[in-house]
Design a protein around this ligand. Sequence first.
Ligand code: NOJ
Length: 480
Amino acid sequence: MWWERAVVYQVYPRSFQDSDGDGLGDLPGVGRRLDYIAGLGADAVWLSPFYPSPDHDFGYDVTDFRAVDPRFGTMRDFDELLEQAHGLGFKVLMDLVPCHTSIDHPWFRERPDFYFLRDMPKPPNNWRAAFGGPAWSRDPHGRGWYLHSFFPEQPDLDWRNPEVVAAMQDVIRFWLHRGVDGFRLDALDRLMKDPELRDDPPATGPPPLPLDPDHATLEHVHSRNAPDIDRGIAGLREAAGDHLLVGEVYLPTDQLGPYLRHLDLAFCFDLYHSRFEPEALRRAIDTAVASRRLAWVLSNHDFQRLPNRVGPENVALAALLLLTLPGCAFIYQGDELGLPDGPGDEVPLDRFGRDRFRHPMPWTDDEPNGGFTSGKPWLPVARAPRGSVQAQQRDPQSLLQTYRALIALRAELTGGEIAFDDASPDGVLAYRRGDHEIVLNISDTPVPAPEGQIVLATSPVRQAHSRMLPPRTGIVVGLG
Ligand code: NOJ
């Protein structure tokens, strides 16, 4: 299958490239920059949502699943982008949001049976929302309480209603008919809940993956991840045929089995949130590699950017790791430049504090707003301490060039197996793939580098008989 070793580049359309000067990136803008993504060597793009939305959750609150928000362009722009992308050899993934709609979606008024509406004096249970606060709010149309796993403006759809499944299947078919190649499926662990809506018990320890502190006060045994979740996913699969389905399932690897029964891939959040040190990384990789169906990802629009999470000194190592593991890898726009978190806006736009991870791309040094827009950007253009795209394209030692070289190297890293080196020194993560050895020195002291032909290094390593790997440096060595 095409995705087995693919590199997927996540485009966050509102921050990629503006084409009409309104300060918001758009679909024609993405089209203008497709050559750049092609130059990086990616195989596919995942477009974060561009459906009509009142933006309470920046596109993840959808009012029409079959339309393009006019701020992003028209359906014709989308069709043209798809054609252009296919012409360049890219696959295109849509972001599908099956678990909830916007509170402004016509379904919410017209189809109360699509949602969890309960007319009773108190909320039906104690569930908390992922962004904090109760998961039940009063219905503005006077029908009692409704459930929302995220913001109150995002009422949950009831996937136990076959008509909901059928409606979402129609959405999938709509986009497949236009020619998309697959879907990134949003928040799948929320798709199905306990049919009796029983209370969640109090949490007994810290959550396995980072959560909002209020949300983390409960153990989410009933409010998500229902035991029969595979029935819901089967509905998505039925409509998708053999097109790619990548699940955003925010659960540890050992709980992904029922989801993977019908998905092609699920993101590996254990690795995403792992401490950047050898033992923790190895543990996260070991459990994931066995399934062969996890997509590697270290960054997206929801969490701190890589330099802030793993440390600026580890950013090139993170790229080396991400792109030398066997399987599909996702890159979030701007990671290839080493973009750090930005300041956000003076008045926060996202109520969950994620503006800082979503600043627009800095394309050039000489234009106002880095070439992102001729108008006023919706968020300030990202600061690029390592240089804009333009600067890094000219610099053979830049992080951007390291990403390119790593992606190009994937064609040679064909071994599907990964064998960790148990004898590596403290602070070092080393593994073999086929006839290549990959060594990450995640420490502040030089360590001996393996023998063999250096195929790639994240910083210069002297070729000598007894050579050393400098601190915070990664290397790929050919053993053949
Ligand atoms: C995951 C998305 O990536 C995030 O941005 C969004 O807020 C939630 N799902 C809810 O749709």
